[in-house]
Design a protein around this ligand. Structure first.
Ligand SMILES: Cc1cc2nc3c(=O)[nH]c(=O)nc-3n(C[C@H](O)[C@H](O)[C@H](O)COP(=O)(O)OP(=O)(O)OC[C@H]3O[C@@H](n4cnc5c(N)ncnc54)[C@H](O)[C@@H]3O)c2cc1C
Length: 213
């Protein structure tokens, strides 16, 4: 098998090793993210590939299917730190999103939105120092803000990031128009999208827009 840096086994998108189509590799041995959750997802992708189309990755079509096939990949796996405060992230940071736009010379703008928990009822009840940051990619062609990443700090982050992960690839417009239950941390996801779209009452003070060259 072909090995890469640090002795990691090289695989393709379907987790076949590069030199032998009968050997798959999953988990820590193929590199980041080095998390049990990713290893389990990768195992499912391999088993579905081996035993036909009836499994998890065989359901759905188009974008759904593509998303499932990519479910083992680094960017869609939430990272959770059980520290005080909890720290969680999924997808791209503002910096990686900007670097990607610049590398691809894409005509896109990276835009971020925040929700500081001290501004919401639930945050004041749990951890007013926490916040959610959402990173989005705006293109003139779609006229929409596609969500590419979330970063969350504060008590409850490691639960909230699961919902945020499902919202990767959604538009901030859709999340912003979704009614979130009152007095929940989940509502901070919607408010961060409001902020990105300049619909939050805190927008003027807090939104940081980063344009591509
Ligand atoms: C301290 C610590 C905390 C972690 N916390 C988290 C967490 O909170 N959340 C999370 O998602 N992940 C966490 N991880 C990462 C997670 O444990 C790994 O990503 C996951 O176990 C990877 O699974 P794997 O099957 O690839 O490898 P492993 O679980 O390491 O399994 C590999 C197995 O192969 C065996 N083996 C090795 N060499 C041979 C050989 N030559 N012959 C036969 N058997 C062999 C090993 O004994 C081992 O049982 C943590 C890891 C560590 C070290």
């Amino acid at each position: 098998m072909e090995l890469q840096r640090f002795g990691r086994v090289k695989v393709n998108g379907r987790l076949f090793t590069s030199t032998n189509e009968n050997i798959h590799a999953i988990g820590d041995v193929i590199g980041p993210p080095g998390l049990a959750s990713a290893a389990v997802k990768q195992a499912r992708i391999v088993v579905d590939g081996l035993f036909g189309d009836g499994g998890e990755s065989g359901r759905g079509s188009g974008a759904d299917k593509k998303r499932m096939y990519h479910a083992g990949c680094f960017l869609e796996t939430p990272t959770t730190l059980w520290t005080v405060p909890e720290v969680a992230s999924v997808g791209m940071t503002q910096e990686t999103a900007l670097a990607t736009v610049e590398k691809n010379k894409a005509k896109e703008i990276i835009v971020v939105g925040y929700c500081f928990w001290k501004d919401i009822a639930r945050g004041r009840l749990t951890d007013p120092k926490g916040y959610v940051k959402c990173t989005g990619r705006f293109s003139e062609s779609s006229r929409a803000h596609k969500i590419v990443g979330w970063e969350i700090i504060g008590e409850g982050s490691n639960e909230l990031i699961q919902t945020a992960a499902i919202l990767l690839g959604e538009t901030a417009e859709r999340v912003s128009s979704t009614p979130f239950a009152a007095v929940t941390l989940g509502a901070s996801l919607g408010l961060a999208c409001d902020d990105m779209l300049a619909k939050s009452k805190h927008t003027e003070r807090r939104t940081l827009k980063v344009g591509s060259k």
